[in-house]
Design a protein around this ligand. Structure first.
Ligand code: BV8
Ligand code: ZN
Length: 251
């Protein structure tokens, strides 16, 4: 079903659900001014200093040119400086308190779901705001950009790397498993602001559907998931998500 607003049927399903899972992508941060990688009509970032994101955010480039990869991520951190969560993020923070079981899985590394108030976020691709030591493995919050030296060093002397999952790297231990568990148990699976081209995250809506969940997509454009979604709401997350109000809970 395709629509441009939240229908009464979708509102009723939402009000009666008790187990909800959500997968977000870069699109939910678009209205906060964070560029997406593809689509949606807003600002996109797909290359920098003449290199595509797929190369800049790759394990290979980190191995061969860690300084450039750090400059790339410091540039991305700089883009976040005055960025605030938008109505879409704030709606999901309210949802967390509303349902008996609520799981938020994000592909984003901008930390905006936590800033909006979500206490539990499965960050499939890590976080731009943290660095991880390549020697002792400790992770730490990074100071505001620009970093004084790149690549930065740990107190143990080891080099820090972005605490981000680069293309070609495994996801954080347990993150994908927890996400697939939530997808298997939920009644409604929301797919919000993702082009669904990056794996294994893009498997999640499929596995939710196979497990019997009702899959609702929110995106201004159709995506690879659209044919598999039970409902696609063609609109911006910041405008659509607040339309899901909390009617009477299921008796
Ligand atoms: C891995 C951090 C092994 C860096 C990122 C099959 C299985 C497994 C792997 C693969 C596979 N096929 C291919 C692969 C390899 C690769 C991959 O998927 N490549 C793609 C490009 C084909 N995957 C990997 O390398 C992954 N690792 O596979 O390890 C493994 C295997 C199985 C199980 C476990 C492990 C690692 C992938 C992670 C890479 N790191 N980010 C960085 O950010 O620089 S991914 C990067 O893309 C971002 O995180 C981003 O979020 C993500 C996906 O993009 P989207 O979030 O969807 O954003 P996009 O811009 O594409 O779309 C925005 C959407 O929003 C659009 O649809 C637009 O219309 C919409 N929109 C716009 N405005 C709004 C809006 N929606 C709502 N409201 C709005 N206002
Ligand atoms: Zn260290």
């Amino acid at each position: 079903m395709m629509t441009d607003h939240v229908t009464d049927d979708l509102r009723r399903r939402f009000a009666q659900a008790s187990r909800v899972a959500v997968l977000t992508g870069a699109g939910i941060s678009a209205e906060s001014g964070v560029p997406t990688f593809r689509g949606g009509g807003g600002a996109t970032i797909w290359e920098w200093r003449g290199k595509p994101v797929s190369e800049l955010s790759s394990a290979e480039l980190l191995a061969t040119d860690p300084k450039l990869v750090w400059e790339w991520f410091d540039h991305r951190r700089g883009l976040l400086k005055d960025v605030k969560p938008n109505a879409g993020h704030l709606a999901l923070a309210a949802w967390e308190k509303r349902f008996d079981a609520f799981t938020l899985v994000t592909q984003n590394i901008d930390g905006l779901h936590a800033t909006a108030g979500n206490r539990e976020v499965i960050e499939l691709h890590g976080s731009l705001l943290r660095g991880r030591c390549t020697r002792c493995g400790t992770t730490r919050e990074l100071p505001p950009p620009p970093l004084p030296e790149m690549p930065p060093r740990c107190s143990c002397g080891g080099l820090l790397r972005p605490d981000v999952v680069l293309f070609g790297e495994d996801l954080p231990p347990g993150a994908y498993e927890r996400a697939t568990d939530a997808a298997a148990l939920c009644e409604i699976f929301f797919v919000i602001g993702t082009s669904a081209v990056v794996y294994p995250a893009a498997y999640l809506p499929r596995s939710a559907k196979l497990a019997g969940a009702f899959v609702i997509e929110v995106n201004p454009e159709e995506t690879d998931i659209t044919p598999r979604a039970d409902a696609t709401i063609l609109g911006k997350a910041g405008e659509i998500l607040p339309q899901f109000d909390f009617g009477p809970h299921k008796a």
